[in-house]
Design a protein around this ligand. Structure first.
Ligand SMILES: *Cc1c(COP(=O)(O)O)cnc(C)c1O
Length: 402
């Protein structure tokens, strides 16, 4: 049997850790010094197989797809940060999505927030469909419309908040209540907020998922995903699929992600500080039409952001004055903001959702969620804010004539 996370040796710290602060848990949960060598940092455990002293008698590890020490340590740490009992790590955020969808079985129905991550949209509409699972994309801010879309076979409601790239919020508590009245489970993709700013399980979600690739690892050098829950039945199902499907992260990636996690709290504070400075700066610029950042008082759901999260994150979007041409020119002339997909790393990135991350959506879908040709998304890094501001200013000056 693979070890259950709650039965591992760090269980005591995990129980006590409920009282400890976020940074302390990020650094200590699952991280006891090695009892054999005293190594303070866990060794990278590359062995694929583990010695048994008699048939079926072992130290919790048999075969590295089923469980690996580095993976377990990471899982314990992230479970604690998301206020969950169980966590399961995967080789990507997308592999988590695939495993959850597979767990609902054929003839199930999914309700997804309409401006969900592009890859999740693709999985729901192109892959889940071949498994006999239908998805409705719904504006989850309209609770009446949401209720009308629920079917007798709705198994999962899938939420991202804030959404990508238009940073619209969904009221997790309100959606959880309706979801549970219909015996479905609420999954929240918490990638954008990270557990530092938002803990959806405490707001009524049944499952939290992350693309670890983004803020949790935080250094743009690992592709990985994680699933967290308090529900033992759901955990057992996904644990079975994690092993059966085998989309597991390597020991090295698990080790790197665990290392990244230890500074998540420091990074998130800086991402947010910089994002707010940049959002305020853009809001004052006459070369910008609109700025979308939940931390701005002008964001239509600013109060909801304050109610359900402890912060606003490091992602912001803005509409440059003009159209595609101005956006493209801006994106070619920034020097610190690198034109690239992805987000959540220490370095600042900028991208054009309509032609990059969200090019897979239909024009109609893009229009409906506001992914316009002049929309630019920034993943604000943790460089010095004044340098980022100067970079944006000089590039805006080139892109937009007065
Ligand atoms: C990147 C991302 C994913 C997919 O994760 P991968 O690790 O790239 O497979 C899912 N959801 C959100 C919000 C993301 O940003």
């Amino acid at each position: 049997m693979a070890p259950n996370v709650t039965e591992n040796s760090d269980n005591n710290l995990q129980q006590e850790s409920k009282e400890l602060g976020f940074g302390t848990r990020a650094i200590h949960v699952g991280q006891e010094p090695d009892p054999n060598t005293g190594a303070v940092i866990p060794a990278i455990s590359l062995s694929t197989t583990y010695k048994q002293s008699a048939i079926g008698v072992h130290n919790g590890y048999e075969y590295s797809r089923s469980d690996n020490p580095n993976r377990s340590k990471f899982e314990q740490a992230i479970a604690s940060l998301e206020k969950g009992k169980y966590a399961l790590a995967f080789s990507s955020g997308s592999a988590v999505t695939a495993s959850i969808v597979t767990s609902i079985g054929k003839d199930g129905h999914i309700i997804s927030v309409n401006d969900v991550y592009g890859g999740t949209n693709r999985y729901f509409s192109k892959v889940a469909e071949t498994q006999g699972i239908e998805t409705s994309f719904v504006d989850l801010n309209d609770l009446q419309k949401f209720k009308e879309k629920i079917r007798f076979n709705t198994k999962i409601v899938w939420v991202e908040t804030p959404t990508n790239p238009t940073l619209s919020l969904v009221d997790i508590k309100a959606v959880a209540e309706i979801t549970h009245q219909h015996n479905a489970i609420l999954v929240v993709d918490n990638t954008f907020m990270s557990p530092y700013f938002q803990n959806p399980l405490e707001l009524g979600a049944d499952v939290v998922v992350h693309s670890v690739t983004k803020y949790i690892n935080g250094h743009s050098d690992v592709v990985m995903g994680v699933f967290i829950t308090n529900d033992q039945e759901i955990y057992n199902k996904i644990k079975f699929l994690q092993n059966a499907i085998g989309a597991v992260p390597s020991a090295f990636d698990s080790w790197l992600a665990n290392r990244g996690l230890k500074t998540l709290h420091l990074r998130m504070k800086q991402h947010q500080e910089n994002a707010l400075i940049i959002a305020r700066f853009l809001e004052k610029s006459d070369k910008v039409v609109k700025v979308i950042y939940p931390g701005l008082e002008s964001h239509p759901q600013h109060l909801l952001a304050k109610k359900q999260a402890r912060g606003f994150g490091g992602m912001l979007s803005f509409e440059i004055k003009g159209g595609f041409k101005e956006a493209n020119t801006f994106l070619q002339h920034t020097k610190l903001f690198t034109l690239a997909e992805s987000l959540g790393g220490v370095e600042s990135l900028a991208e054009h959702p309509a032609k990059m991350t969200h090019s897979g959506l239909t024009q109609e879908h893009r229009d409906a969620v506001g992914v316009t040709d002049n929309l630019i998304r920034l993943s604000v890094g943790i460089e010095d804010a004044e340098d980022l501001l100067a970079d944006i200013q000089q590039s805006l000056d080139i892109a937009v004539e007065n």
